[in-house]
Write a protein that binds this ligand. Sequence first.
Ligand SMILES: [Zn+2]
Length: 75
Amino acid sequence: MRSPARPPGHRAPCGALTRKKQPCRALSEPGRQRCRFHGGQSTGPKTPEGRARIAEAQRRRWAAWRATKKAQEDG
Ligand SMILES: [Zn+2]
């Protein structure tokens, strides 16, 4: 584990250094170490299972979008 155990939903001060070289005073996102400004974004699924899952989810989203678009064109 990269971080010490914390209760779920715990919001600690972020503490990342700002451009003023001051510790960030925002609270971290629940269950995370840094605030929403400093946490960075996910770089996406890493495992084959995760990649397959997101691919399937996107297929469903596109299928739903195409269905609504076609309904509008037909209407
Ligand atoms: Zn921060």
